[in-house]
Design a protein around this ligand. Structure first.
Ligand SMILES: Nc1ncnc2c1ncn2[C@@H]1O[C@H](COP(=O)(O)OP(=O)(O)OP(=O)(O)O)[C@@H](O)[C@H]1O
Ligand SMILES: [Zn+2]
Length: 779
């Protein structure tokens, strides 16, 4: 009897293994590894979705009563052998269930059941759900033979983008059709249609009301057809083509090395504006010409439309774009484009590393130090680790690029695990690195403004007078504006979390950034009833207001979470700025990355300090990377750039090394600290986060877990904690954390699995335990 091994979509420790199901005989020829099925599960035989990962031929004892696969959901595998292998490999480091790993590789739409459209070569199509069982089987065979193609249909209309097209079935009939002279508009449409040569006309391009058009439809003069269109099409059409630049000496050396060998991953370390992107484009082009495919990862892509556009300009519709800003339907469109082989270059954020490309030639991770490459919910994978696995499977190149590589990556390059390629000069010959000035805010007592030093204001004015542009960054990490009573000092906190609520002026509400709680702004202090309740902090909104007051003539664009909530808002703001419709772009960290505006000659950092003192051993590294990144936005073309950094800690080494623009020196100093304190890259880290509604229980259980780890690990492992998280309570849960620092611990994986098993015990039902390997976020 043929048995299917199925991973069911029930993410629990007990179900984290393949279950056996008998394959009904009519399904035998059709079922394949990597297909989704519906199977009965548990005592109630509830139907759940599962993924077939393999088969077995078993002689079953008559006493064994296996259940049967109920339904096959796919006609072709949706997961490749490589992806099934990846899921197994990933599990060793991400401590997630296999089903969570597998689901991370599928577009959301496929995590539920959707209808399919079978298309034949003559253009006719039929819906899968309308076929009889026998027809399904014969159609599936036809798909196998290439006689039919499959398209997955989104269930609801919102998930597909369609457009109405008008066509004229019989032009003679239309010409002869009599329309009364009084119906002027109808006559107009008639002659308009007769004049047109096109076969299909987009209805929305017509300048006639739907009422008028309806008349023509009712008389069978025209036909209206709804056609699914690619959502990214318009975007592609808007981008102008662009051709390769002649690489400079350093770029060319890097290019040659990358295409020559796949022995080791490469670290392409190039200062801001050194032309890393041009090297990416040309190496990708090389592999495309060999008939291979490429994955290009960028951090949170929606924030960097400039980069995506450069890829579209170079590779046109060979590009598929995947990022979190897309709707489920759009993601699914791009997935299909890749799966069918229509797209050969995938440009995307973290999850694009799972893109179902075949024949992969090269993977590039731009700004490899960015924390957004680590997923902070289950499965907690790092895109870099997945990239290493995929590159191994395909024998593909892996290039990690950055101006300020993470310490982990740079240390690997120093040990020869990666090959280091350096770009030390700006690509644009006229451009030199900007000059950086540190402004000590302790000695700046500005009567004019709370946020701006006198020197920064003067400089902004000077630039605007010269018709040049300015980028201002407000570092909001670990920082927000809040409401406080001046009488008693009361701060409005979230009822569910140990954190003050953030003021949102656009909606006039107080919001919790952790759990989403929203409330109105109080008129009087909830504590002492005084009316002296005031807004504090300098969110971007406040800084913007301040700027408008001091410099009413300056045109300011603000870019932060509030102004970019709507779709394509980023693009629009950046486009306006690029067209010089504003003088100043004021924003949060999101303006630090990747922007390439030749007319920007001044970058101002309003508050360099907020990220420096966070309880996180990477606080200095993060601050340094961010400051170097944002500084790199100035003077990228022929005009000299200047950078003003306002700080209360002018002698902090992260600030001093930024001023010197010396990554090398920063790396050396930071490595020394990391060694002294036994942190990465000298040690690996795993964090166990224990949460419970009852603080007592959270404490007690975290001590139990720490004990369990101590028993299972060697003495060389360092176990820190349990300690309360810096924000000890969120979502009404108390959090305690344990950090394990280690170098080689053979028993670690099994010890951590034991920890996970603890949560499966009946009396631990409300206990939540998260395991995070190489955690990136400690606050
Ligand atoms: N070989 C070249 N010749 C002429 N111009 C080039 C060359 N390579 C890159 N450029 C131009 O130099 C500018 C900076 O290049 P690019 O954006 O690729 O640098 P980058 O290192 O990726 O930048 P960053 O990391 O700062 O975002 C761009 O305007 C680009 O078009
Ligand atoms: Zn909250």
């Amino acid at each position: 009897m043929k048995i299917a091994k199925v991973i069911v979509d029930v993410p629990l420790m007990q179900t984290d293994k393949p279950f056996s199901y008998v394959i009904p005989s009519e399904m035998e020829e059709l079922i394949e590894r990597g297909m989704r099925v519906h199977v009965p599960f548990g005592s109630g035989n509830r139907l759940v979705q599962g993924i077939v990962i393999g088969f077995e031929d078993e002689e079953l004892e008559p006493s064994v009563n296996l259940k049967e696969v109920s339904e096959l959901l796919d006609v072709e595998p949706v997961l490749t052998d490589e992806q099934l292998w990846l899921a197994d490999e990933m599990r060793h480091s991400v401590f997630s269930y296999k089903i969570s790993c597998l689901k991370a590789m599928l577009p959301n739409l496929l995590n539920s059941n959707y209808d399919k459209l079978l298309k034949s070569t003559d253009g006719t199509s039929v819906k899968w759900s309308q076929l009889t069982e026998a027809e399904k089987i014969s159609s599936a065979k036809a798909v196998r033979l290439g006689q039919l193609s499959v398209e997955y249909l989104a269930k609801s209309k919102e998930n597909r983008k369609t457009e109405k097209f008008l066509s004229i079935p019989d032009i003679e009939k239309l010409a002869e059709f009599e329309i009364e002279k009084r119906a002027k508009k109808r006559l107009e449409l008639k002659y308009f249609l007769l004049r047109l040569q096109e076969e299909k006309i987009a209805v929305k391009s017509l300048n006639f009301s739907s009422q008028i058009i309806k008349f023509f439809v009712e008389h069978d003069l025209v036909k209206i057809e709804e056609v699914e269109i690619s959502r990214t099409k318009e975007k592609f059409e808007a981008v102008e083509n662009d051709s390769a630049k002649i690489l400079n000496f350093e770029q060319n050396a890097a290019y040659e090395k990358i295409i020559a060998s796949s022995d080791k991953p490469f670290l392409l370390e190039g200062i801001t504006g050194s032309g890393k992107t041009e090297v990416y484009l040309q190496t990708i082009d090389h592999f495309l010409k060999l008939g291979k495919t490429a994955i290009m990862l960028v951090p949170e892509i929606s924030l960097t439309p400039q980069i995506t556009n450069r890829f579209i300009a170079r590779f046109g519709d060979k590009v598929a774009i995947m990022h979190s800003g897309l709707s489920d339907g759009e993601k699914y469109d791009e997935w299909r484009k890749i799966k069918s082989g229509k797209a050969q270059v995938v440009v995307g954020a973290r999850s694009a590393i799972f893109a179902p490309v075949e024949n992969l030639g090269i993977i590039i991770i731009d700004e490899e130090h960015e924390t957004s490459y680590k997923q902070d919910s289950s499965p907690r994978y790092h895109a870099r680790d997945i990239a290493l696995l995929r590159a191994k499977w395909h024998g593909a190149r892996l290039v990690l690029g950055s101006a300020t590589p993470s310490l982990e990556t740079r240390a690997r390059a120093m040990r020869g695990v990666y090959e280091l390629l350096l770009l030390t000069k700006r690509a644009n010959e006229a451009a030199i690195l900007p000059e950086i000035k540190i402004i000590d805010m302790r000695s700046e007592i500005s009567d004019q403004s709370a946020n701006f030093s006198h020197s920064l204001l003067t400089k902004i004015k000077e630039k605007i007078d010269k018709d040049e542009q300015v980028i201002l960054m407000l570092n909001r990490r670990g920082y927000s504006s809040f409401v406080m009573c001046r009488e008693c000092g009361f701060v409005v906190d979230c009822p569910n979390c140990d954190i003050s609520l953030t003021l949102h002026m656009d909606t006039r509400t107080l919001n919790c950034h952790y759990c989403g709680h929203v409330e109105g702004i109080p008129q009087t202090c909830p504590n002492c009833h005084s009316r002296k309740i005031r807004y504090y902090g300098s969110g971007t909104q406040k800084v913007e207001e301040e700027l408008r007051e001091i410099m009413p003539e300056a045109r300011v664009l603000r870019m932060d979470v509030d102004t970019t909530r709507t779709k394509n808002a980023h693009e629009k703001i950046l486009e306006k700025f690029g067209n010089h419709e504003a003088d100043i772009l004021l924003g949060t960290q999101m303006i630090a990355k990747g922007l390439d505006f030749p007319n920007v000659t001044l970058v101002g950092v309003i508050n360099a300090d907020t990220g420096l003192n966070l309880p996180d051993f990477r606080a200095s590294e993060r601050s340094f990377e961010l400051l170097m990144q944002v500084a790199g936005r100035a003077g990228r073309a022929d005009k000299k750039g200047e950078v003003f950094i306002q700080t209360f800690n002018p002698h902090h080494y992260a600030i001093e090394m930024t001023k010197a623009q010396d990554y090398e020196k920063f790396y050396e100093m930071e490595m020394r600290f990391r060694r002294e304190l036994s942190y990465p890259p000298y040690y690996f880290t795993v964090q166990v986060l224990v949460s419970h509604q009852d603080e007592e229980v959270a404490i007690q259980k975290s001590y139990e877990i720490a004990q369990l780890l101590k028993q299972n690990l060697t003495e060389k492992a360092k176990i820190l904690g349990p300690t309360a998280r810096p924000i000890a309570r969120t979502h009404n849960l108390y959090h305690y954390q344990i950090l394990v620092k280690y170098r080689f611990e053979e028993e670690l994986e099994s010890a951590l699995n034991q920890v996970l098993e603890l949560t499966q015990l009946r009396d631990n039902k409300n206990l939540r335990v998260l395991i995070d390997s190489e955690p990136q976020n400690f606050v």
